[in-house]
Design a protein around this ligand. Structure first.
Ligand code: M6R
Length: 357
């Protein structure tokens, strides 16, 4: 039920801090350590390479998850679009572990990969919001997102839940391996939940920005570097699916290799800047497009901000920034769709779960 909300999407955006707190509770043992299925632990210890398989928003969460597993647990990770993997399987390592990320657990493209990799005898873990779903039943192990039902076609709370669970999984794997980590995901996620609340309390700000940037535009570009590049891909998917604005997410450094030709007077370009090591370079990219007439908007992390930024995000751990930088992007997409009179919860041509290949 929507309750007092005009749309499920807005309700689900607002639920994200609660979902993160629920995940902390579900994955915390009594002694405050991480609580995780022992079989999943063993599978993570055994593998020499993780293959993340997903579609759409879940694929974008997988890209962020790769960072966690590689950087924290020191295991190589490949992230694949399910429909591509399914028809063009890459060479596999000796001991692959397949992780299927799916809100619904019913995505046919992902299931097709699961059927193929199971036939090859490889272990599979499904990370899903629906424990009894096909992908959950047919995989060897399941991790639950605990996000509650997601009704709006545009996925929001499932994305942040997927990233939170992937962070917990990566840290647990690192700890079992005996790697020395100072990063405590459960504590850091608590900080994230409060930061999310600060953002969802400032909706008018994003309503105003969305009106100014997107009400009449034909197209829009999002740019970022490092993990921000993954978030801008999600930002552009959100915007295109509910507002029908042609949007793309680009790596800041790639602009000069072609895309910058598309920038005209007034083209909206939204940049995310949450990573210290690329802060100067992404800002250089913003200047390049601004000099060619783009209508720019930079969303930065506290500590890295400049006076010209449109919005400064509350500070969270550098690894977890996607969980907060995505909230303004979800809200911008939501308000853009409203300002353009689009059906927010049920965009044209789309279904909540895609059960055909
Ligand atoms: O249920 P799944 O997570 O497997 O769904 C995958 C995609 O179909 C889904 O994320 C889709 O891209 C959303 N509509 C994005 O908002």
């Amino acid at each position: 039920e929507k309750g007092t909300y005009p749309h499920f999407m807005l309700k689900e955006i607002d639920e994200q801090p609660f979902v993160i707190r629920k995940i902390i509770q579900e994955y915390q043992a009594e002694d405050d350590s991480i609580k995780l299925n022992e079989d999943v632990r063993k599978a993570m210890q055994k593998t020499d390479r993780v293959y993340i398989i997903a579609a759409g928003t879940s694929y974008h969460a997988g890209l962020v998850g790769k960072q966690f597993i590689e950087k924290l647990a020191n295991i190589p990770v490949e992230v694949h679009i399910a429909s591509e993997f399914s028809y063009n399987m890459p060479l596999l390592s000796e001991k692959p572990l397949f992780i299927f990320i799916s809100q619904s657990g019913e995505t046919a493209d992902s299931r097709s990969v699961l059927v193929q990799t199971k036939a090859l005898g490889h272990p599979a873990l499904t990370i899903t919001n629906v424990p009894g779903s096909t992908l959950s039943r047919e995989a060897d192990y399941t991790l639950h997102l605990h996000a509650g039902p997601e009704i709006a076609v545009a996925s929001t709370k499932a994305y942040t839940a997927q990233i939170a669970v992937l962070a917990i999984l990566a840290v647990d794997t690192a700890r079992v391996k005996g790697l020395d980590l100072s990063f405590d995901p459960l504590q850091e996620l608590g900080i994230v939940a409060s930061a999310m609340e600060t953002l969802t309390d400032q909706k008018e700000e994003f309503d105003r920005l969305a009106k100014e940037m997107f009400e009449t535009t034909r197209n829009a570009f999002f740019i970022g570097r490092g993990v921000d590049y993954y978030v801008v891909q999600e930002a552009s998917l959100k915007l295109k699916e509910i507002s029908y604005i042609q949007a793309e997410g680009f790596a800041g450094g790639e602009l000069k290799h072609g895309t910058i030709a598309l920038i005209e007077e007034g083209t909206p370009v939204i940049a995310i800047a949450t990573q210290e090591n690329v802060n100067l370079s992404i800002r250089g990219n913003v200047q390049e497009v601004a000099a060619r007439g783009a209508n720019t908007c930079t969303v930065s992390m506290k500590g890295l901000e400049k006076d010209s930024d449109s919005f400064v995000l509350p500070q969270v751990h550098e690894l977890l920034t996607p969980l907060v930088s995505v909230i303004p992007m979800q809200l911008l997409a939501y308000y853009a769709a409203l300002h353009r009179d689009c059906d927010v919860d049920k965009p044209r041509n789309l279904a909540k779960s895609v059960t055909v290949e």
